[in-house]
Design a protein around this ligand. Sequence first.
Ligand code: E5Z
Ligand code: ZN
Length: 260
Amino acid sequence: MAHAWGYGEHDGPAHWSESFPVANGPRQSPIDIIPSQAQFDPTLKQIKLKYDPTTAKSILNNGHSFQVDFADDDNRSTLLGGPVTGTYRLKQFHFHWGAADERGSEHTVGGTKFPCELHLVHWNTKYPNFGEAVNKPDGLAVVGVFLKIGGANPSLQKVLDALDAIRSKGKQTTLSNFDPKTLLPHNHHFWTYEGSLTTPPLYESVTWIVLRDAISVSPAQMAKFRTLLFSADGESPCCMVDNYRPPQPLKGRKVRSSFK
Ligand code: E5Z
Ligand code: ZN
């Protein structure tokens, strides 16, 4: 594998360590969260999410997923509390999903997979910008939210309606006035552990905050995710599906929970 990575047979997660040796490091993500082995930590604070809908800027097909990008030049959209100290600023959110509803999440819970997982990516404002934070041990805090099959999710639909405009790799369009808080479940109980980016460069820089409760997505909405393409215009069309990394070894790490 050169520098291009993906989710295929020849460039997928099993090959990433050839170019990114940290793939076999001590704090890789995702993991299988085994609830009975997580330790309730009464010192964990509530997570405080303050999102300003006017910070939503654009939506991009980056060839691995699609991401909604936010203005991060001030503290209008932030994460505080939970397991972290200080202020983390929202940079982007994106999803991982499967070719079928039986799989697609990165984290699993007691071996159970979900059809999709949302990641809200925040960076620690003790660093000057995202690029400086991304490879620091306390640089990022990512909130993970599972999606489960159920009723159509009206908040998600606004994002999905933009996908027709960014079907292929490299395409981008505006997405304004979107409040990511509307994508979260009402209850913010979470598991937390020290991990990594789940895609190359796999930096071991992420404090993971994985919410216990899932949000709903309809089968038709899941089908809309799968209309995106990994490929750019002019390349052979290749549906963006199964863009998840499987669970990685825990290697002695502790998973803590905010709830009993
Ligand atoms: N799936 S995830 O939530 O774990 C996740 C979140 C963010 C990224 C990847 C996965 C991400 N990737 C790009 C990394 C990057 O942001 O910007 N690398 C650039 C090289 C670099 C130091 C810049 N190195 N500074
Ligand atoms: Zn992700």
